[in-house]
Each structure stands twice: as C-alpha cells, then as structure tokens.
Ligand binder design. Structure first.
Ligand code: SF4
Length: 291
C-alpha cells in the first residue's frame, strides 16, 4: 500500500484491510471486486490485484508459507527484485538489501557518485562481508531504507547528526553530486462520453480498450482527435488527470438519456457498493456539477 502513497493516507486503509482479512487464507478466499472495494481511493489498483493473486498462489503452491529463495519469491504475482529482497530480509533474516530510491541515494552520497554510475547489484555482491556484518539482517534491511527516508533525505540531509558524516564523501566534498530523476511523462488526449439520468446516475461499462484502465468501470472513452462536434453530446469540461507517468488531457461530454447501450449499467454519482476507481470518481465529481 505504501508504494507511491503517503503513510498518513495508507493508515486507515491498512487498518480496515487487516481487520477484514485477518489471515492470508481469508484474503485468498476473497475476490477481486471485494479487494478493490477495500482499496478504493488508493489508486495503483494493480497492487491490490497482485496481492490477491499472490495470496491465492501461496495457498495453492506453497501451503501458505512464503518461499525462502529469491527466485521463487519473484515468481509470485507483483513481486520484483525490491519486494523479493525486502521479504527475504524481513521474513527470513537473510543478508540482503532492498534497493529502492532511498537506498540508492544513501550509497550514491556516501561515495559522492551519481546513482546512474553505480551498479548496485554488483556493489552489494562485492561488499557482502562489509555490508552484512550483523546477524540482525531483518533490522538492517529496514534500517537502511529508513535511514534514507529520515536522515539522508532527498532534500536537506541531516548531515550534522548523521553517524556516517566522518567518512561520507558527499558531506566532505565541495562539489557535491546531484541526482536528477527524469520521470518520462507521456501526454495523452481522451474524449469521455457520459450518459446521465435525472436520478443522478451515470452509465458505466467495463473498459477493455485502454490498457491502463483495463477492466475498470468507465463511461465511453476514446482517444481524442480534436474537439468533438456532435450535436447529441454536450461539452461539459476539459480537465487534467495524472496516472503514474501519464498526463491525461480529458474532454468530458454528457447526454441526458434513459436509454443506454446493452453492456452498460447505471451507477449512482453519490455512492456505490461496487468498486469505482479514482479515475472514474473524478468523472463523477465533474458530472455532479450538472445537478
Ligand atoms: S553525511 Fe549526509 S549525505 Fe552523508 S550519509 Fe549522512 S546524511 Fe547522507
């Protein structure tokens, strides 16, 4: 849940989630709709789907026990190098480092060398003896991430209180490295067409065409080819929405109608028992201004 999301946002979601799914087994018996509903508003819904798929696989293949090798852990849905190493360290106390942005920054500063010039995998392999000189590996894997988040922070690192400042090259250097992260932003234009009715409802269907919104309930959505000039649809608003590295420019159109295409269903603009993703909720907010 914490990936790309702030701690204070996550806390109520986490508490509700573990209250509902007290064990891995109870999670594995759930379904996507139920899990997504618990996740509603957090975004990045692939994480929720992967978590459910992962629990099912742990039940089916591993008798509810997390495997203890990196290769096997990484074969689980949604688990890559970072999560795999974090789990090996935290669960099995294995000597490992979960290399995230915080960890990369810490090492790059200690050597005053740009992140892109360091092969982290190689570096960890070569320095195993020096790095893993404790038998508290579970604490170490967590501590090094926390150190990056709390002491060697992205902006204004706390060098004066840092226990590494006697050897840290960044601290001592007069020409400090700069790590510039270039997030590749992609721009996309979409037209969205909403059937609405007087009961404050909107017609949605499972989207299968736009890959990053696949299987989510949405109104009609099409790649935009400029301003849509169809008398049947009224223009409501232009707005921006960002999903991961995508910057979406959206033209929203609407039509009051009681008839909707066969594969559509009515959803309330106010509240629904069914899961509605944040992207669609933003459409709800725009359309609600009609009432
Ligand atoms: S001395 Fe400063 S830059 Fe170096 S590791 Fe500590 S906090 Fe980071």
């Amino acid at each position: 849940m914490l990936q790309q999301t702030q701690v204070k946002t996550v806390i109520p979601y986490f508490n509700n989630f573990v209250k509902k799914f007290r064990t891995l087994k109870s999670l594995s018996k759930s379904n996507e709709e139920e899990v997504l509903k618990m996740w509603e508003g957090l975004g990045y819904y692939r994480r929720a789907r992967n978590l459910l798929a992962c629990s099912k696989e742990l039940v089916k293949k591993y008798n509810l026990k997390l495997p203890d090798t990196l290769d096997k852990i990484k074969s689980l849905p949604g688990v890559g190098d970072y999560t795999g190493n974090a789990l090996l360290g935290l669960v099995y106390n294995k000597p490992t480092i979960a290399v995230d942005g915080n960890v990369k920054r810490v090492f790059s500063r200690i050597f005053n060398k740009e992140e892109k010039k360091i092969n982290f995998e190689e570096f960890i392999k070569r320095n195993k003896k020096k790095l893993f000189c404790t038998n508290r590996n579970a604490d170490f894997v967590e501590a090094i991430m926390e150190f990056g988040a709390l002491i060697c922070k992205p902006k204004d690192p706390n060098c004066y209180v840092c226990c590494l400042n006697k050897t840290c090259k960044y601290f001592k250097s007069s020409s400090k490295i700069k790590n510039i992260r270039n997030k590749m932003i992609k721009n996309r234009n979409y037209d969205i067409f909403c059937y609405v009715n007087k009961k404050k409802q909107i017609a949605l269907t499972k989207n299968n065409k736009i890959s990053f919104l696949k299987n989510f309930n949405l109104p009609v959505i099409r790649v935009s080819n400029g301003f849509h000039n169809d008398q049947n649809w009224k223009f409501l608003k232009n707005y921006q929405n960002s999903i991961s590295n995508l910057k979406l420019n959206i033209n929203l159109y609407y039509k009051f109608s009681d008839k909707i295409p066969a594969n559509y269903r009515w959803f309330s603009l106010i509240s629904n028992k069914e899961f509605v993703p944040s992207f669609t909720k933003k459409i709800f907010r725009q359309v609600s201004t009609l009432f």
